[in-house]
Design a protein around this ligand. Structure first.
Ligand SMILES: Nc1nc2c(ncn2[C@@H]2O[C@H](COP(=O)(O)OP(=O)(O)OP(=O)(O)O)[C@@H](O)[C@H]2O)c(=O)[nH]1
Length: 307
C-alpha cells in the first residue's frame, strides 16, 4: 500500500501497476491516495480504516471488483463508501452490472483525466454534504451535543462491535435533580442556560474520542463509552459528580443548593448483550435508584446477561 497528499482519501483498487500510476498521477494533486492490489486486500484495509471514496477496477484475479463492491455494501462499516468503477467494459449490460453491484459511478478505460477529476470531485462534494446533513440531524440544537437520534442510530452498532470483539462497554444515564423547581424559580431562559452548562460539563468529563455524550431527553443525558470497564466507569461517574460540585451552579430549589445530577451506570467487562434498548432500560433503573437514594448519587450495576 502507498500513500500521498492530503484532503479526502481515495483508495485505488487496481492490480495493474501502469493503470494505477495513471490514476494516481491524475488524482494525487488533490487527494490522498492509497492503493490496494486486490479485492481481498481492499476488504482487509476497509475493516480497519474507511477511505472516503474507492476507485475500483472491475477485472481483477480471484475476487473481481463487482464482488468486492457487493461485499463492501453488505457491511455496516463500509456500505456508505462511494465506489466508482474503472472499467474497460463499454457494453450496456456490463455497465448495468456495476450499478447493480452498488457502484455510484463509473469511468471507462482509457481514462480521460478531466472526466475522472470531475467524477471524483462530484462524489467528494456529495460526501461533504451528506456528512454535514448527518451532523446537523444528530446534534441537539440547544446544547450542541449529540441528540437522541444519534443514540438510536449508533448505540446498537457500538454494542455489536464490542460484542464481536469481546471488549468492555459502559453507559451512563444522568438526570438533573429537581429541574422543574429550577425552571420555576429562575425561569425557562435560565433553565436553558443551565442545560447548556451541564451538557458542557458532562462533555468535558470525557477525553476519549470514542465516548459520546447525548442529550437523551429534556434534562436527561446519556454517555456511551466503548472499551470502558467497571473501573473506568466508576472513575468517570465520580468525576462527573465532582465536576458539578466544583462548578456550584446555584439551585435554590435543591437541598444541596447547587445543580446536581443523579447518575445511573451500567457496564459489561465483556459485552454479550448487544441490544441498546436493554442497556438503556438497565441504566434507567440505576438512575431511579439514585433518585430514590436522595439524588446527587451514583448507582452502578453490571448488565445482567440473559443469553
Ligand atoms: N428550560 C428547559 N426546561 C426543560 C427542557 N426540557 C425539559 N425541561 C424541564 O425539565 C423539567 C423536568 O421535570 P421533572 O421530570 O419533574 O423532573 P425534576 O424536576 O428534575 O425532578 P427529579 O428528576 O425527580 O429530580 C420540567 O419542568 C421540564 O419542563 C428544556 O429544553 N429547557
Amino acid at each position: 500500500m502507498e500513500q500521498a497528499n492530503s484532503c479526502a482519501e481515495i483508495l485505488i483498487v487496481e492490480d495493474d501497476d501502469i493503470n494505477y500510476l495513471v490514476l494516481e498521477k491524475i488524482l494525487s494533486q488533490s487527494y490522498r491516495i492509497t492503493r490496494c492490489t486486490s479485492g481481498l486486500q481492499c476488504m482487509q484495509y476497509c475493516q480497519s480504516k474507511q477511505p472516503d471514496i474507492i476507485l475500483m477496477d472491475v477485472e481483477m484475479p480471484e475476487m473481481d471488483g463487482l464482488d468486492t463492491c457487493k461485499l463492501l455494501k453488505h457491511s455496516d462499516l463500509t456500505k456508505d463508501i462511494p465506489i466508482i468503477f474503472v472499467t474497460s467494459h463499454h457494453r450496456d449490460e456490463e455497465q448495468t452490472l456495476c450499478w447493480q453491484a452498488g457502484g455510484c459511478d463509473f469511468v471507462v478505460k482509457p481514462v480521460n483525466a478531466l472526466t475522472l477529476m470531475h467524477r471524483v470531485k462530484a462524489q467528494v462534494q456529495l460526501l461533504h454534504q451528506h456528512r454535514q446533513l448527518k451532523k446537523m440531524a444528530f446534534i441537539d440544537g440547544l446544547t450542541q451535543i449529540y441528540n437522541r437520534h444519534y443514540l438510536t442510530s449508533e448505540l446498537d452498532k457500538c454494542l455489536s462491535y464490542a460484542k464481536r470483539n469481546g471488549t468492555a462497554f459502559s453507559l451512563i444515564m444522568a438526570d438533573i435533580d429537581w429541574f422543574k423547581k429550577y425552571n420555576d424559580f429562575y425561569g425557562h431562559v435560565k433553565g436553558d442556560e443551565c442545560l447548556k452548562r451541564v451538557a458542557q460539563l458532562i462533555k468535558s468529563n470525557h477525553h476519549r474520542g470514542a465516548d459520546a455524550v447525548v442529550r437523551y431527553g429534556g434534562e436527561e443525558f446519556v454517555c456511551i463509552m466503548p472499551q470502558v470497564d467497571i473501573n473506568g466507569l466508576t472513575t468517570l461517574a465520580r468525576g462527573l459528580k465532582q465536576s458539578l460540585q466544583d462548578a456550584r451552579l446555584p439551585h435554590e430549589g435543591s437541598k444541596f443548593g447547587f445543580v446536581t445530577l443523579s447518575i445511573g451506570g451500567i457496564y459489561s467487562n465483556c459485552v454479550r448483550q448487544a441490544s441498546g434498548q436493554k442497556w438503556l432500560e438497565a441504566a434507567d433503573e440505576q438512575l431511579y435508584l439514585s433518585k430514590n437514594n436522595g439524588r446527587n448519587e451514583i448507582s452502578i450495576k453490571e448488565l445482567p446477561c440473559d443469553e
